[in-house]
Design a protein around this ligand. Structure first.
Ligand code: NAD
Ligand code: UGA
Length: 474
């Protein structure tokens, strides 16, 4: 029945937005559905050029497994272009995968989602679609956004052959494991009213996802489930991070606490890794958005509850910078400090809302000289993040792809991202090149403590008592 539906449609899919979600998701769909034609469009020509790059070396997104799937599908049933209007007009089904950042100006600035790009997509679809088109909201949006999209689309129905059906199909992939998450999702959530469209979209996913994992709901439950899922995940991180400071004061160890509480399946082991605070493009904006929605509906207590998750996150980043300054005798002015890791988590080149940004800026404001290393992030991206926060001084920091160079002659090393290569560093040797008394601040607790003791260095590991016993030795 579902297979017949696909045949009847001879499906042409268009995806608007070739970013972290649109690109990988369409690569996986194209790979599992060779009989479906997938066109990914974006207004950003550099991104499209990146996806089309000949040697696959300048892909805009770094994800394990992405390149090999792209090699199998690109220019076969998967195409990238900037022909937005043309591909909309040819599509049976359109995924909207555009950005939905926090509003910078106007009503709700700093909290509400900016739906400018979603609206623009809806207007373009309304204008250029030719016949019946299924419009799938994949971007994360405030609950009731489908109503806005429907209103815009319905304006075009008068005197035309066009019809539209709007579905919500939020994406739950995490960066760094995007391909694995898309290949084997925990669930696929589809919300909508029109049974035929729901069945069609389900039939695409059911090519590789077990039917019991495909959940269908009404539109609003689907939209709200996405925001709620991110809020719960972020809340779990803020909860464990809030306990790190108490561990540091009392002698309890955060990993032991996390392990002890995580064995209770009602709490669960996942998402209990303490760190410098969550980063990434979504948790912050989605919590702000959820909190704003609650305020909009007059639910101030609920808004405050979720905003608290964000407040702890901001506090955690600030407390780490303050602690570093304090341990370096209250001043980092003109001291070289090595930063290991700038992406918001390991295995991605994404730096959006990375905790590294604020930690670095706090230290730069105090006059430190930073040497920054990251295996996948480069100078221009770091510069962009600093400039966006109005820090334009370029003489106080450098990027280097050479870890030894970054650490050499530094007073302190701050490990911010948990890249696997940092776990293999030989501290005994590296510490010899540092200025004494030297410090290591491990915000992710990835460095083996035995190595640090062996290296005879002062160190702080998040959620553990400070070890500065060696300060009088070196
Ligand atoms: P992104 O910024 O990486 O990509 C969005 C792309 O859309 C950009 O390349 C932009 O140029 C393009 N775009 C915007 N308006 C357009 C238009 N009118 N026509 C054509 N292209 C247009 O964003 P992302 O990280 O892929 O996130 C997209 C959405 O998915 C957001 O709502 C986000 O919250 C959600 N999401 C993201 C992730 C993630 O891990 N990044 C995971 C789940 C959900
Ligand atoms: C998150 C969710 O995990 C995805 O399900 C969701 O689809 C996505 O947001 C989204 O909507 O954008 P992502 O931000 O890519 O995915 O990555 P996470 O693995 O969730 O990590 C987010 C941040 O939390 C990172 O800075 C990470 O280092 C931090 N984190 C995560 C911790 O500090 N501790 C943990 O235990 C887990």
């Amino acid at each position: 029945m579902k297979a017949n539906l696909l045949k009847e449609y001879q499906l042409r899919v268009c995806c608007i937005g070739a970013g972290y979600v649109g690109g990988p998701t369409m690569v996986v769909i194209a790979n599992h559905c060779p009989d479906i034609l997938v066109n990914v469009v974006d207004i950003d020509q550099r991104k499209i050029d990146g996806w089309n790059c000949k040697d696959f070396k300048n892909l805009p997104v770094y994800e394990k497994g992405l390149e090999s799937l792209l090699r199998k599908t690109r220019n076969k049933n998967l195409f990238f272009s900037n022909n937005v209007s043309e591909q909309i007009s040819k599509a049976d089904l359109i995924f909207i995968c555009v950005n939905t950042p926090t509003k910078k100006n106007g009503v709700g600035a700093g909290k509400a989602s900016d739906l400018k790009w979603i609206e623009l997509c809806a207007r373009q679809i309304a204008k250029y679609a030719k016949t019946h088109t299924i419009v799938v909201e994949k971007s994360t949006v405030p609950v009731k956004t489908a109503e806005v999209i429907e209103k815009i689309l319905n304006q075009e129905l008068i005197n035309s052959n066009k019809t539209f059906s709007v579905l919500s199909n939020p994406e739950f992939l995490a960066e760094g494991s995007a391909i694995k998450d898309l290949e084997n999702p925990q669930r696929v959530l589809i919300g909508g009213k029109d049974k035929k469209s729901l069945d069609l979209l389900s039939s695409i996913y059911s090519r590789w996802v077990e039917p019991k994992k495909i959940i269908t709901t009404n539109l609003w439950s689907s939209e709200l489930s996405k925001l709620t899922a991110n809020a719960f995940l972020a809340q779990k991180i803020s909860s464990i991070n809030s306990i790190t400071s108490l561990c540091e004061k009392t002698g309890a160890e955060i990993n032991e606490v996390a392990n002890a509480i995580g064995t209770d399946p009602r709490i669960g082991k996942e998402f209990l890794s303490a760190g410098p605070g969550f980063g990434g493009s979504c948790f912050k904006k989605d919590i702000l958005n959820l909190s704003y929605l609650c305020e909009y509906y007059g639910l101030k207590e609920v808004a405050d509850y979720w905003y608290g998750v964000l407040k702890i996150n901001i506090w955690q980043q600030k407390r780490i910078s303050n602690l570093i300054i304090d341990k370096l005798n209250g001043t980092v002015s003109d001291k070289k400090i090595a930063i290991l890791g700038f992406s918001f988590k390991a295995d991605t080149n994404d730096t959006r809302e990375s905790p590294a940004i604020d930690i670095c800026l706090n230290l730069l404001e105090e006059g430190a000289n930073l040497a920054i290393h990251d295996p996948k992030v480069e100078t221009h991206q770091i510069k962009k993040e600093f400039n966006e926060r109005n820090y334009n001084e370029s003489s106080k920091w450098i990027y280097s792809s050479n870890i030894n160079e970054v650490i050499n002659q530094s007073y302190a090393v701050i490990l911010i991202t948990e890249w696997a290569i940092y776990k293999q560093l030989k501290w005994k040797e590296l510490v010899k090149t540092m200025i004494k008394p030297a410090w290591i601040f491990d915000t992710r607790m990835v460095i083996n403590e035995v190595e640090l003791i062996d290296a005879n260095i002062n160190y702080w590991r998040i959620g553990n008592k400070i070890n500065s016993s060696s300060s009088n030795i070196i």
